[in-house]
Design a protein around this ligand. Structure first.
Ligand SMILES: Nc1nc2c(ncn2[C@@H]2O[C@H](COP(=O)(O)OP(=O)(O)OP(=O)(O)O)[C@@H](O)[C@H]2O)c(=O)[nH]1
Ligand SMILES: [Mg+2]
Length: 203
């Protein structure tokens, strides 16, 4: 399998507002998780080189359901775009609903090969991220850290946040020991991320 798969057919499959609406677990999955507004939907669009496939927006809390995209026809694997966590202005009930949805999916999905945990390169790992990381460690769900929006910082700042992030990863048993640095805006690191996705799918 090579990265050409990302320029072939990619189709929106379905939105799952709760776990009973998950698609049948027939192909391997990867999931994009992270704080609200970190750039999950934008990065999925960059990955498959299609604007507007996953719905991105300036409004935090844009993605409210688990959205599944089939890559390949017939599908070779599936990408899940997840609601963000840590969006303080959303109603408490909504926040709890998303949290259960995200946690239950990540913990319980047999076909999930790896979660890609997105971290804003301007901010680094925050407390809400650590909570998810601990949960994933506890459930032994493999995850990989992806820094986003690298076009917004200087190379020296990126180097510093990469070093700090790698250092922190060493304490997390389920974290993949390598991070990715990306810009959906400038398409930086996208090819390497495609390789990382294929590596996860084949693991
Ligand atoms: N400069 C820059 N902006 C980005 C990048 N990626 C995303 N953004 C912007 O960040 C905002 C949020 O992007 P989304 O992709 O909707 O973020 P999300 O994580 O899916 O957000 P929720 O669905 O609300 O959790 C949008 O205004 C994007 O245009 C990037 O690489 N560089
Ligand atoms: Mg989104």
């Amino acid at each position: 399998m090579d990265t050409k798969i990302f320029s072939g057919p990619v189709n929106f499959l379905k939105s799952a507002p709760s776990l009973e609406f998950l698609p049948d677990a027939t192909v391997p999955e990867i999931a994009f998780a992270g704080r609200s507004n970190v750039g999950k939907s934008s990065l999925i669009n960059a990955l498959v080189n299609r604007n507007g496939l996953a719905r991105a927006s300036n409004t935090p809390g844009r993605t409210q359901e688990l959205n599944f995209f089939d890559v390949g026809e017939p599908p070779i694997f599936r990408i899940c775009d997840m609601p963000g966590y840590g969006y303080a202005k959303a109603p408490l009930k909504t926040v709890q609903k998303w949290r259960y949805l995200v946690n239950d999916y990540l913990r319980g999905r047999q076909v999930l090969k790896r979660a890609f945990l997105l971290i804003d390169s301007r901010h680094g790992i925050k407390e809400v991220d650590r909570e998810i990381m601990k949960m994933l460690d506890g459930a032994a769900v493999s995850y990989r850290i992806v820094l986003t929006k690298t076009d917004k910082i200087k190379a020296s700042e990126l180097a510093a946040v990469e070093a700090a992030t790698l250092e922190e990863l060493r304490k997390h048993s389920a974290a993949f020991p390598v991070i990715s640095a990306t810009s959906a805006e400038k398409k930086g690191g996208i090819d390497a991320l495609r390789e990382a996705v294929l590596e996860a799918i084949q693991s």
